[in-house]
Design a protein around this ligand. Structure first.
Ligand code: GTP
Ligand code: MG
Length: 328
């Protein structure tokens, strides 16, 4: 979309000082204003909420006028048209793609959760490569952003996966943009600033590995549980709004709760609990089974609950080899 018509100061009520304050808060366009919402705008500008709501409403009206945003009431055919713009990215495993109905979707948040070593980070690395594949090979010929919260991003692994998939590793590395998030507030800030990065670099995939780790260590104990859930809720909604506004795919990871909780209740319960669960569009539970990994689609409104088997190898993730029938 054209940058000029989305400039903050094309909106009545935004002068140079206000504009600068917004930019300092990572709000660069009027689309960002509507994505971040009045509470955050009030915070950034030191305004009361009422005034921030008015500004956000103005931004929304302008976007509707420009045809960049849906009206509040739209016909089903318009909803259908928007859904037609959804694109898919292959995971590199045909089994997993089938489970997902053809791959990872844009305009959605896909959550992979499972215990340590179940392959969450490996899936994220693989997707950074496969999103760059040409469309006839299941990619979108686009770049990726990797938000790394656990310091587990490895460029060497990207090189290996790219080479194994017949791509030029140097070029592939160029198109993966890495952001290290040092704490949950920083993580939120990075996501808030994604808009211009997405537009300027033809980004179609954003990874947050892991989405919940910082929140978990920063909000320990029962007393802070409600606050943690509230912050996570806010974060997940920000992801979903950004995914929809920019037609990109978000992939987040979430580690399952460790013992002793495992002894009570379901060990496959993700850390973020219900908040993450209800905000993610798709949730896939991963578990280890010897050398294989098993993925299960959980709670999807239109995917049957079934399982897919994949493996980890030099191509990142891959399908297990067909078992060759044993000679008698
Ligand atoms: P946590 O982040 O600890 O919760 O785990 P995770 O789910 O992110 O696990 P990850 O994706 O890091 O998977 C780790 C597993 O991937 C290891 O047990 C290895 O078996 C496998 N793995 C990691 N790197 C490589 C690699 O370079 N080649 C191959 N073939 N396998 C790898
Ligand atoms: Mg990991």
């Amino acid at each position: 979309m054209s940058k000029e018509e989305l400039e903050l100061d094309t909106l009545e009520g935004i002068g140079p000082v206000t504009k600068q304050k917004l930019i300092d808060a990572g709000i660069y366009t009027i689309l960002d204003l509507t994505i971040r919402g009045p509470m955050e705008i009030a915070d950034a500008l030191g305004w009361d909420l009422h005034r921030a709501i008015e500004l956000c409403n103005k931004a929304r009206m302008k976007l509707i006028e420009l045809g960049k945003l849906e009206k509040d009431f739209v016909s089903a055919s318009e909803v259908y048209k928007k859904r037609q713009a959804i694109e898919r990215i292959t995971t590199g495993s045909k089994n997993l793609d089938d489970l997902l109905g053809g791959g990872i979707e844009t305009q959605a948040v896909t959550e992979f959760y499972g215990e340590f070593g179940s392959g969450k980070t490996q899936i994220c690395h693989t997707l950074c490569v496969t999103v760059q594949l040409p469309r006839e090979k299941g990619g979108l010929q686009a770049g990726a952003v990797y938000i790394d919260t656990e310091n587990t991003f490895r460029p060497e692994r990207i090189i290996e996966i790219a080479s194994a998939r017949g791509l030029n590793p140097e070029q592939v590395l160029q198109r993966v943009i890495v952001a290290k998030a040092y704490n949950s507030a920083h993580q939120e800030l990075i996501v808030g600033e994604l808009g211009s990065v997405i537009n300027e670099n033809n980004i179609k995939l954003v990874i947050v590995d892991s989405a919940v780790a910082h929140f978990r260590v920063e909000f320990l104990g029962r007393s802070t549980l409600a606050e943690r859930q509230q912050r996570l809720n806010h974060f997940m909604h920000l992801l979903l709004r950004t995914a929809e506004a920019y037609n990109v795919a978000f992939v987040v990871t979430n580690q399952v709760q460790a013992a002793p909780d495992v002894f009570f209740g379901d060990p496959s319960k993700p850390t973020g609990g219900h908040v993450v669960a209800h905000t993610s569009t798709y949730r896939i539970y991963l578990r280890k089974a010897a050398k294989n990994r098993i993925a299960r689609m959980v709670d999807s409104p239109y995917h049957p609950e079934r399982e897919a088997v994949f493996i980890l190898n030099e191509k990142g993730i891959d399908d297990p080899e067909e078992e060759t029938p044993r000679k008698k």
